[in-house]
Design a protein around this ligand. Structure first.
Ligand SMILES: [Zn+2]
Length: 266
C-alpha cells in the first residue's frame, strides 16, 4: 500500500465514475442499436435533453432523487450503481497494482467498462453486442506485446483458439445432451476474445472459474425461484456475466492461482 497518493486515488475514483456514466450510455443504447455518440443524453420517457449539471456522476442522481427533472419519471438505480461501482473499481485497480505492473493496470481500466456493459446487457437482453466483444479482443491483442514481448502474441492466439474450441465443443455436446443451447453464440465469441486477453493458461482458468461460478449462480437462482422445472432453469440465466467475472479474477489473481496450483505437484 506504500506509495499510493490519496489525491491520485480520488482522481481515479472520479475517472471511474465518469467512465461509469459512459458505460450507462452503452448499456442503454447498444442493445437498442442507437448511436452511442448522437444525440446527447436525454430522458428515455419525455425525450428532454439532460443538462450537463444534471449529468454529474453519482451526485446528480442523489440531488434529483433518482427522477427526471422534466417529467419526474423514475430513473433506474442501475445508473448510480454503475457509476459508484466503476469509481470503486478504478480506485481498487490503482491500489491493487504497483508501479511495475502499470500495463496490467491500464488493460484492467480499459476492459472494466466493456465488461460491466456486457454483464448488464447480457443479463437483460440475452445478447453480447459484437462491438463489445471486438473491443475486448482489441485490448487483448493490442497489449499482448507489452505484457511479455512479441512472443506473447503467440500465447494470445493459442488462448483464443483454445477458448473458441472448448466452448464450441461444449455447445455441441450441450445441445446433444439437453436438446437446447447451453452456450450462446455470443459466449463463444467472448471466450475467444478473452483468450487473446489472458493467454492459454489464463483462458483455461477462466473457463474453469466461470463454470464454477455459473453452477453456483444457477443453483442459487433455482433455490430463489423455487421452481419445479429445475433442469429448465439452469439455462434461464445468461452465461456472459460469469465469463466476465471469471476473467477479472484471472487478470487480477491468475498468476497466483496458477502458481499455487503448480506448487501442489512439486
Ligand atoms: Zn423525462
Amino acid at each position: 500500500m506504500t506509495g499510493h497518493s490519496a489525491i491520485i486515488g480520488f482522481f481515479m475514483f472520479l475517472l471511474g465514475a465518469i467512465t461509469g456514466s459512459f458505460t450507462n450510455v452503452l448499456i442503454w443504447r447498444l442493445p437498442r442499436r442507437e448511436s452511442i455518440v448522437f444525440p446527447g443524453s436525454h430522458c428515455p420517457v419525455c425525450g428532454k435533453p439532460i443538462k450537463f449539471y444534471d449529468n454529474i456522476p453519482i451526485l446528480s442522481y442523489i440531488i434529483l432523487g433518482g427522477k427526471c427533472r422534466n417529467c419526474g419519471t423514475k430513473i433506474s438505480p442501475r445508473y448510480i450503481f454503475v457509476e459508484a461501482f466503476m469509481g470503486l473499481a478504478f480506485l481498487a485497480t490503482y491500489l491493487g497494482y504497483d508501479v511495475l505492473s502499470y500495463i496490467e493496470a491500464i488493460r484492467m481500466l480499459l476492459v472494466l467498462p466493456i465488461f460491466v456493459a456486457i454483464t448488464f446487457i447480457d443479463w437483460e437482453h440475452w445478447v453480447i453486442p459484437d462491438e463489445l466483444t471486438i473491443a475486448v479482443a482489441a485490448v487483448g491483442i493490442g497489449t499482448a506485446p507489452l505484457m511479455g514481448g512479441w512472443s506473447n502474441i503467440v500465447n494470445s492466439l493459442i488462448g483464443c483458439a483454445l477458448g473458441l474450441l472448448t466452448f464450441f465443443l461444449v455447445s455441441i455436446l450441450g445441445k446433444k445432451a439437453f436438446r437446447k443451447d447451453a452456450l450462446g453464440e455470443g459466449d463463444i465469441y467472448l471466450i475467444a476474445a478473452v483468450g487473446l486477453l489472458v493467454g492459454w493458461t489464463g483462458v483455461l482458468l477462466t473457463i474453469f472459474i466461470s463454470a464454477l461460478l455459473g453452477t453456483i449462480g444457477g443453483l442459487a437462482i433455482m433455490l430463489f425461484r423455487k421452481s419445479k422445472k429445475k433442469m429448465d432453469n439452469i439455462s434461464t440465466i445468461p452465461f456472459g456475466p460469469f465469463i466476465v467475472v471469471a476473467t477479472i479474477i484471472v487478470m487480477a489473481e491468475g498468476d497466483k492461482i496458477i502458481s499455487a496450483y503448480l506448487s501442489l505437484f512439486k
